[in-house]
Write a protein that binds this ligand. Structure first.
Ligand SMILES: CCCCCCCCCCCC/C=C/CC(=O)SCCNC(=O)CCNC(=O)[C@H](O)C(C)(C)COP(=O)(O)OP(=O)(O)OC[C@H]1O[C@@H](n2cnc3c(N)ncnc32)[C@H](O)[C@@H]1OP(=O)(O)O
Length: 303
């Protein structure tokens, strides 16, 4: 079959996610509100709600890890498994990724997963983060991010791994990689994803400054493809999806692979070294202190 052998190669190289699954409730299926037939049944897990529409071949995947969809190990694992499930079901050609939590798309890494944790836990956590990025970045499905809330750091990376981004026009919904402001450094594959999206000079500035862009600026710099009123985010994401699905799958998939494979391969070639770098970096006393102070500031800052 003509379908990207490169995509398959990369997919084979990925970890099986099942080993990561702890205390999740994946596979549960329930009728969607008001729904009847198979196409209206939703499935998912505790932290990821999937609303599939078999007729259109599009599923809406909602992150629901309140209060801020921080990427806990469980959420990362459930996202990988839900995506894999949709990829293996040939009924589906596209996924709209959005948030079920008000005002926040995704707050990025769950800092409690790397603060005061032992190196083994940090390593397990980072491998799950790599896995989610590889899966989304190389997904054979069309992925559209319907960004209906704040989208810093790891949240931004999930959105950038999609094929297209629609952001709600609310000045509080800022998007970008703010790692430097936490005293940490974006690893090379986050940097590569940024550069591939907005170019080298804009990334150089934004990464060093830890810039979080409000909607108009995010559109201008190319971090998102559309900015629309909040109540039009889903409908616009669906229109974008239709545009992408109008292209024959095999041609689109091969082209996506051609554009993204080299970037993904860079991580695949040095996954263990990247994990070791991450662990030794975040386990430093000075970095732990910065992260603790940042978390404390977040907890004290309300509203
Ligand atoms: C020299 C060699 C080097 C080689 C090194 C290579 C390796 C480098 C390693 C570095 C890794 C880099 C990767 C980083 C990616 C990341 O994702 S880091 C995470 C960054 N995230 C953020 O900065 C977001 C922080 N959160 C917010 O700004 C806000 O919460 C919000 C805008 C998302 C939402 O605001 P609001 O609705 O007002 O909610 P809050 O009241 O702020 O928060 C509610 C609640 O949630 C807790 N919380 C928020 N974010 C996080 C988080 N990311 N993790 C954990 N918990 C979070 C917050 O503390 C509140 O908790 P309480 O209710 O007070 O308990």
């Amino acid at each position: 079959m003509a379908l990207a052998s490169g995509v398959r190669f990369a997919e084979r190289a990925l970890l099986r996610p099942w080993a990561l699954l702890r205390g999740t409730t994946l596979g549960r299926t329930e009728p969607a509100a008001g729904g009847g037939g198979d196409g209206a049944r939703r499935f998912g897990s505790q932290r990821v709600l999937v609303e599939p529409d078999a007729a259109s071949g599009v599923a809406v995947m909602k992150l629901r890890n309140p209060p801020v969809n921080a990427l806990s190990l469980e959420l990362l694992t459930e996202l990988v498994i839900s995506l894999e499930k949709l990829e293996n079901d040939k009924t589906f050609r596209g996924v709209i990724l959005t948030s079920d939590c008000p005002r926040v798309f995704c707050a990025g890494l769950d800092l409690t997963e790397i603060c005061g944790r032992n190196p083994a836990h940090c390593a397990e956590y980072w491998k799950a983060m790599q896995e989610l990025w590889l899966r989304t970045y190389l997904s054979s499905l069309v992925l559209v991010a319907a960004i209906n809330g704040a989208c810093p750091a790891g949240g931004c990376i999930i959105a950038l791994s999609c094929d297209c981004r629609v952001l709600a026009d609310n000045p509080k919904y800022r998007i970008g990689l703010n790692e430097t402001l936490l005293g940490i450094i974006a690893p090379f594959w986050l940097k590569d994803t940024y550069v591939n999206t907005i170019g080298h000079r804009a990334s150089e500035q934004a990464l060093q400054l830890g810039s979080l862009f409000p909607p108009a600026e995010a559109l201008q710099v190319g971090l998102v493809d559309q900015v629309v009123p909040e109540d039009q985010v889903q409908s616009t994401a669906l229109s974008e999806m239709a545009r992408w699905l109008a292209v024959p799958d095999h041609a689109r998939q091969l082209t996506k692979n051609m554009m993204r494979k080299a970037t993904a391969d860079r991580l695949l070639r040095q996954r263990d070294a990247d994990t070791q770098n991450f662990v030794s970096f975040v386990c430093r006393d000075s970095i732990q202190k910065s992260l603790q102070a940042y978390l404390e500031k977040l907890r004290q800052r309300k509203g």
